[in-house]
Write a protein that binds this ligand. Sequence first.
Ligand SMILES: C[C@H](O)CC(=O)SCCNC(=O)CCNC(=O)[C@H](O)C(C)(C)COP(=O)(O)OP(=O)(O)OC[C@H]1O[C@@H](n2cnc3c(N)ncnc32)[C@H](O)[C@@H]1OP(=O)(O)O
Length: 718
Amino acid sequence: MKGKTYLEIGADGVAIITINNPPLNLLSAHVMLSLKENTELALQRDDVKAIVITGSKGKFSGGFDVTAFGNKGKHGKLGFFSIDFITDILEAAGKPLVAAIDGPALGGGLEIALACHARISTSSAVLGLPELRYGILPGFGGTQRLPRLVGLRKALEMILKSKFVNGHNAQGMGLVDEISSADELVTVACHWAKDILAHRRPWAVSLYRTDRLEPLPEAKLMLEHARVKSKKQSPNLKHPLVCIDVIEEGLIRGPRAALWKESEALSELRQSDTCRSLVYYFFARQRTSKVPGITDMGLKPRKVNTFAVVGGGIMGSSIVTALIVSNYRVILKEMDEKALLAGIERVKANLQDHVKKGKIAEAKLDKILSRCKGVLHYEGFREADMVIEAVSENIYLKQRIFAELESYCPPHCILASSSSMINLNLICERKELQNRIVGTHFFGQAHLLPILEIVRTEKTSPQVIVDLLAIGKKTEKIPIVIHNSTGSAMNRMFFPYSQAAMVLVERGVDLYQIDRAAEAFGMTMGPFRMIDFVGFEVLTAMKVQFSKNFGERFNESKLFSVMHEDNQAGETTLKGFYIYDRDSKFIPNPDTMTYVHKITSRHEVAVTSPILIFSLMKLSDEEIVEMILFPVVNAACCLLEEKVVVKASDLDVASVMGLGFPEYRGGIVFWADTIGPKHIHSKLEKWSETYGAFFKPCAYLAERASERTSLGQAKSRL
Ligand SMILES: C[C@H](O)CC(=O)SCCNC(=O)CCNC(=O)[C@H](O)C(C)(C)COP(=O)(O)OP(=O)(O)OC[C@H]1O[C@@H](n2cnc3c(N)ncnc32)[C@H](O)[C@@H]1OP(=O)(O)O
């Protein structure tokens, strides 16, 4: 990726430098050098009085090209761009410099704008410093200039949470000086530059401003608070702490010293494994919406305005919520008045929950809810562009519903099932409908989790997949397109996670040690906490299908069954492996040990030798993590072997979004490749001899282990 900048000098003496590296005007080394050259040229020329920096085609700059983080290159001299150029040439220029911002001004792009003497932006521009997402820190002075422009509190929020703000809000924070329409943007920026020259506007040098900074003792407290929070939220991550230290350095030893510290930190962090994994994950996530053989056909998504959802239970009402929040009109059908009212009440409760979490404004609640219309008959379905069936996992019921849908839905209407367990080919055998049939599997609660599995059969038309990808984008879900199989990809990876944990606990390993070990590794939830969250009901339905379809790979858990019989069935019943209060706070459930004793004393577990049990009880956290995650790697390999997913990177994203696997380890397959298939294979083989076929490595894994090739062929683009 090369790119460059253009210099144009207007008759009014204002030079306009335009960053041009389509589509996002990313900052490659070429672009940075060209920007430096053109700035120096404009500064030397007597006919140039002031300078405006902007980006071509309505995009200021998407920031540094992250694939170049690994290259030291010949401009790798510490501080070359940040200090020698941005600080000592650009910001120190003897002529006023103004940034004209439209579209993205992210990372290094925003940092260039921060060093200008003023910033004019459109109200829809997107500004942010998302560097922490890649395991690095803002490296072109952002750690110093942003706090000095907007105050430490807001800067910490933007930097540590990689939070974007639009131009309008940026003006409110003091990050942007004036808002302009896109058409007038450069003209307004030129006026500002001339006004600065004529002393009608301040010549503000961001690096040395102190008026917006909080007093030092207050600032130190904020930084300490941020450190504590970061250690609690991501104990395995070093870069947020490094970033906080660099910000603090500026407040204590001055911004210039801190710029050096920032450059050193950037140079070190961009070589780290965390950075490599996070850059890999960034592209893996971007690639989920690219489906070979589908999205390269030139199809455009059709307009989908009205949805119909059949079934207002927990899943149905959660799908309705996700759709109406995204501005879709939805017809919700239930079988009788009572069920319909209950469904609408659930939608209301979901919306209220969104209000509580600050996701939607209370004032908008009624308007959003008015987009949902409850019905008891299919009549209204004549105007539906897409129907989602969300009834219980009962094949006969689903078949009946699909048969009924045919007579009411228009011929273009997409027919979707939210089932994660039932083979789509069985749901509707009518040939005429099959190209319109698709699976829409929202893992857990559709309005809460940002992932959507789109399940296609051999007959599903590419147009339907393209439509679904657009719906995924509008509802802010990451799409994972998979081929029809029993059990969705996410469920098939989730199941061994919980099953392996059961194997251990039923043989004497402390249940809470397993959860602690998994969480210390970085999983959002340990397996038992996750089982509680998903709910024993859902798991029971999965269990039935898994034992039927994956026979020997299935481990029948007695513990789970005895607890379920006693209605200790997870978070919804307020009791499972943990006890919950109404605010979802939880503590370990003391009854759990009684259940474990009950099944072990009844010899319901295929008890292995006492020596083995003793050695299991002494497992280190690292060994526990291997025993519960290598079966997940194995499941991912089965999915690749069966070609349920096309790209291994999709499983990486699914593992992060659905299973809570740590993003900074790149996803399950990427992580497995860092360990090596050979090691994973030999461990699984050994465990399968001791504990049974549940651990047996699949052929895909075995082949790669013997050939010493990678599982995902996925490399970080660093
Ligand atoms: C030294 C500095 O402090 C370090 C930095 O600057 S770190 C970089 C900071 N910048 C970012 O994080 C921006 C990340 N990008 C985005 O969030 C989004 O791309 C965006 C909001 C800018 C634009 O979204 P959108 O218009 O939908 O375009 P999108 O499809 O995402 O991107 C277009 C292409 O650019 C690529 N791309 C986007 N940002 C990139 C980046 N920073 N580096 C490399 N490639 C990038 C995408 O992968 C995509 O490639 P493809 O066409 O091969 O699939």
